[in-house]
Design a protein around this ligand. Structure first.
Ligand code: 13P
Length: 264
């Protein structure tokens, strides 16, 4: 049984006081939502105060980082190493489409980061997804032109898993996040996301085993909110969501978590 996971990626948003208020609200709500696991991913600078704030939080609420570099230390101006975050967070988002497109992160770099995360006991949330925006006429909920999707997405996952042992692969969380759905208000349909995610499971099945592919948690992300989250949770292939914009408003994010926990 895969436990549903709801991840809030705050991206480059919040002041310190916003961050504390938001985290405290989720902390209070998390108490009666223990059928789901909730992860908050604030900007790096708020990790220390929030880790202190969440010290006595319910076990189903933890922190994640939005990124990290792969080396332990060194001349890497502006970067954060796994050593610096490993005592603060349980998870680390790697390979987000914004890192791939704005910072030129390659599949090989993301693979290095995945190995580094495991070395330091962090669980990677690996993002994969179509990087192309939809053509105007294809916009809207649903599916893009199939020719520019599946192979890209599967390839990103295959590259991410290079050299990753079976024991570690089982712990990876994958998030399918198509760029055409991120921040657009046009989420994929549940059915479409489930089809892509099923293909991602086949990548795990081929490389490791069918049973492992059935144990890995795979999330959907891209314009998820409290109104559409059920559509994704309803799909047996989908184990939770990675929310951006909707994770910045306490009431809305708690509603997403409640819907996912079937507590509305
Ligand atoms: P939105 O929920 O704002 O579309 O962002 C999704 C995302 O990129 C989460 O990582």
């Amino acid at each position: 049984m895969r436990r549903p996971l709801i991840v809030g990626n705050w991206k480059m948003n919040t002041t310190l006081s916003d961050a504390v208020v938001l985290a405290n609200s989720v902390k209070r709500a998390a108490e009666d939502l223990d059928s789901v696991e909730i992860v908050l991913c604030p900007p790096f600078v708020w990790l220390v105060p929030l880790a202190e704030n969440l010290e006595n939080a319910p076990k189903n609420l933890t922190l994640g980082a939005q990124n990290m570099w792969f080396a332990d230390s060194g001349a890497m101006t502006g970067e954060i190493s796994p050593i610096m975050i490993k005592d603060l967070v349980k998870y680390v988002i790697l390979g987000h489409s914004e890192r791939r497109s704005h910072f030129g992160e390659s599949n090989a770099l993301i693979n290095d980061k995945i190995h580094a995360a495991f070395t330091h006991g962090l669980t990677p949330i690996v993002c994969v997804g179509e990087l192309k925006k939809l053509q105007e006429e294809k916009r809207g909920r649903g599916r893009p032109n199939r020719t520019d999707t599946k192979s890209d997405v599967n390839h990103q996952l295959e590259e991410a898993l290079k050299g990753v042992s079976k024991e570690k692969a089982e712990k990876i969380i994958v998030a399918y996040e198509p760029v055409w759905a991120i921040g657009t208000g046009h989420a994929a349909t549940g059915g479409y996301a489930a089809t892509v995610i099923e293909k991602l499971r086949q990548v795990f099945a081929k490389k490791y085993s069918k049973s492992l592919s059935e144990r890995v948690r795979i999330l959907y992300g891209g314009s998820v909110d409290s109104k559409n989250v059920q559509e994704f949770m309803y799909q047996p292939e989908i184990d939770g969501v990675l929310a951006g914009g909707s994770s910045l408003k306490a009431k809305e994010f708690i509603a997403v978590c409640r819907e996912a926990a079937g507590r509305q």
